[in-house]
Design a protein around this ligand. Structure first.
Ligand code: NDP
Ligand code: MG
Length: 398
């Protein structure tokens, strides 16, 4: 991979205004002799994007909504910046692939909207710091194929997968691995029965006890769909079959996952719940660089607890595991239905317990087919969104 003449890694941060994006920029800013944010991209929030451009002085800024190009251009100009403005998803794909623009891409857009730019970066052989788990759930096999074909490096950023990445041999050989165990905080409603979840509000659901994250993944953590998506993510990233992937609830969120080897050894990665650690692993890879996160004082934290997940109160985990086992288009259908359901819940149009019900409805209405191509997967994604939206419109779920 080409390095800039000044020796700096040029990093494109897609989803720069989000929780992961701002954490990535925090780490980048700690290493001015090594890293530079060369492209910053957001969805619609021009003000936040321009504020970041003032601090990080990237070569390019992209706003996904094409109608906001003039607003972005005017704001960059008014701020006296030489940053080139772009708009639209195609601009993201082009910059992801452009060797003059970046050698590293932080894929931190939320939802399936992140798929195309992530694929573009992989096909161009870039180093991809992959936070956008929905793209892997939708099209993991094709993404891994694209990465292999182009010699791209994927560093998983999701804390569990980053932990596993750190525990596995550097050459990625998983032949000695018996089992992977993903830890889960259990979310804000751990220990509650199904009946006690009936009146959960969006404000309660996004208030995660351990992690500070964007609204969509916070709701996914509260339903345990997040851990289900992560099972599918682990299957693709590490080539593990479903029956060698387990989930253990660990409320302190200090052990970020376990890898059990065939000789009886178990390796774990521990650290404070702060995504800057995982991002530093990716930004410095293969070197270790400072992240701003303090080391772990286990005497202070005292204890580490573990318990089995409750799939009766939180059926999304079982739905996702079933989609992983079914394979083909099932994970794409699950992910799309979940995106529609979470968005409706956040808007106050769907009850918390109706999130798994709506996902189940979509999976029952659209049987899984072979995932023969990206077009088939995109079609499954679109049809699942259609069925879910229709069910919301007709009031079948509320
Ligand atoms: P946020 O909601 O905080 O940020 C989302 C980012 O994506 C924002 O920059 C937003 O821009 C941008 N965006 C939204 N829609 C589009 C679009 N259609 N096109 C282009 N950009 C868009 O999310 P998080 O940072 O929490 O999560 C990002 C991804 O990382 C998710 O896939 C999540 O699952 C994953 N992840 C997050 C973790 C966390 O700790 N937050 C942990 C592990 C994984 P704008 O501000 O303009 O809306
Ligand atoms: Mg995670």
């Amino acid at each position: 991979m080409a390095m800039a003449s000044d020796g700096l890694r040029r990093v494109a941060v897609f989803g720069a205004t989000g929780s992961i994006g701002t954490s990535a920029l925090d780490v980048i800013a700690r290493h001015p002799a090594r890293l530079r944010a060369s492209v910053l991209a957001a969805g619609r929030n021009v003000d936040a994007l321009v504020t970041l451009c003032v601090s990080h002085r990237p070569d390019h800024a992209v706003i996904a909504d094409p109608q906001l190009l003039d607003t972005l251009a005017a704001a960059l100009h008014a701020a006296g910046l030489g940053t080139t403005p772009h708009a639209g998803m195609a601009a993201l794909d082009a910059l992801a692939a452009d060797d003059d623009a970046c050698d590293t891409v932080v894929a931190a857009i939320v939802g399936a909207a992140g798929l195309d730019s992530t694929l573009a970066a992989l096909r161009a052989g870039k180093r991809v710091l992959l936070a956008n788990k929905e793209s892997l759930v939708l099209a993991g096999e094709l993404m891994l194929q694209a990465a292999r074909a182009a010699g791209a490096t994927i560093v998983p950023i999701d804390s569990e997968h980053n932990a596993i990445h750190q525990c596995l041999p550097a050459d990625g050989d998983c032949s000695g691995v018996a089992r992977i165990v993903l830890t889960a905080s259990g979310g804000p409603f751990r220990g509650r029965s199904r009946d006690q979840l009936a009146d959960i509000t969006p404000t309660q659901a996004v208030a995660h006890p351990k992690w500070s994250m964007g609204p969509k993944i916070s709701v996914d953590s509260a339903t345990l769909m997040n851990k289900g998506l992560e099972l599918i993510e682990a299957h693709h990233l590490f080539g593990m079959p479903a029956d060698r992937l387990d989930v253990l609830v660990h409320p302190q969120s200090l052990v970020h996952s376990f890898v059990e080897f065939i000789d009886g050894s178990t390796l774990a990665q521990l650290g404070l719940p702060d995504m800057r650690t995982a991002l530093a692993v990716g930004l410095g890879y293969p070197d270790r660089i400072a992240s701003g996160v303090a080391g772990l004082d286990l005497l202070h934290h005292g204890r580490l607890d573990f318990e089995a997940p409750d799939t009766d109160a939180f059926p999304c985990l079982a739905l996702a595991r079933a989609a992983l086992v079914a394979g083909g288009t099932a994970p794409a259908l699950l992910n799309a239905a979940n995106e529609v359901a979470v968005s409706a819940f956040l808007q106050g149009r769907l009850r918390f317990l109706a999130i798994p019900a709506l996902v189940e409805h979509v999976l029952a209405a659209l049987p899984a087919a072979d995932a023969a191509s990206l077009d088939v997967l995109r079609d499954a994604d679109a049809r699942a969104r259609g069925v879910a939206t229709q069910a919301l419109t007709t009031g079948t779920f509320h």
